[in-house]
Design a protein around this ligand. Structure first.
Ligand code: SPV
Ligand code: MG
Length: 255
């Protein structure tokens, strides 16, 4: 991941939620895999509320690691309890994860894109302690601090204050999340001001907005596209409308 960041900007990461979807991403133009809490929950028929167990998440991550040697960025939600975070960072690094993202909401978080959800932000000092504990055991795995100020309807200023604190706590990269519709105004303003003071990589998840050419983000995550594509295809198949892949297409991918 760190090597790739020296070679290419922006890195583009595509979501995968299974061995099969990871094989498809492996054979695509995308540089890295995003292992999403939303899609890893949805594929099990569950809401994205930190309900899927860590062991279950790890099993999916292992499937993905078997399918591709591209970098894997894992969405580890809030990171859970402060006392547990070091354990999970070691475990994720052991299974071959390249970057772990933890977000500054309180456990159990709700999905950031959920309409009308209220979100409780974590105390800045508590979140900094999570970053420090994660960093204290990380060897090569990157620790990414994800800022949810804009999701929680706080200001760009609040996000910038948090970013300073998280960089000082040792974060290797910052992810600024937003669900601004269509225009990317607030993340672009954040990026411009963040880049004035910090050199570490900056990450965006443009699900509800589009980034313009020449943006300053170092990693761009397409967070749910493989699951959304397969959901639509499955619904169309049930309505008798879909053009199905052949069984040979499956053999061609998995052998
Ligand atoms: C995910 O893919 O699980 C994410 C991104 O965390 S979002 O769904 O936009 O919160
Ligand atoms: Mg998530």
């Amino acid at each position: 991941m760190r090597k790739l960041l020296n070679e290419k900007r922006p890195i583009e990461a595509m979501e995968a939620h299974s061995g099969l979807s990871a094989l498809l991403v492996h054979n695509s133009k995308y540089d890295a895999v995003w292992e999403s809490s939303l899609t890893d929950s949805a594929i099990k028929g569950l809401p994205d509320i930190e309900l899927v167990s860590e062991d279950s998440r790890l099993a999916t991550i292992r499937e993905i690691r078997m399918a591709t040697n591209k970098p894997i960025i894992v969405d580890w939600d809030t990171g859970g309890q402060l006392e547990h975070i070091a354990h999970w960072v070691k475990e994720l690094e052991r299974v071959g994860v390249n970057a772990i993202v933890i977000e500054d909401k309180q456990f159990p978080k709700k999905n950031s894109l959920l309409e009308d959800a209220s979100h409780s932000m974590e105390d800045v000092d508590v979140f900094c302690e999570k970053i420090k504990r994660a960093k204290s055991v990380a060897k090569d795995i990157m620790i990414v601090a994800r800022i949810e100020s804009l999701i929680a309807k706080r200001s760009v200023y609040d996000a910038l204050i948090r970013a300073d604190a998280y960089v000082n706590a040792g974060a290797d990269a910052i992810l600024i999340h937003s669900k601004e519709q269509v225009s990317a105004t607030e993340v672009l303003e954040f990026a411009e001001r963040f880049k004035e003071n910090h050199k570490i990589p900056l990450i965006a998840i443009p699900t509800t907005y589009t980034l313009p050419e020449g943006h300053q983000f170092d990693i761009v995550i397409y967070a749910n596209h493989m699951l959304r594509a397969s959901l639509k295809a499955m619904q169309e198949a049930l309505e008798g409308k879909a053009e199905l892949a052949s069984v040979q297409d499956i053999f061609n991918i998995v052998g």
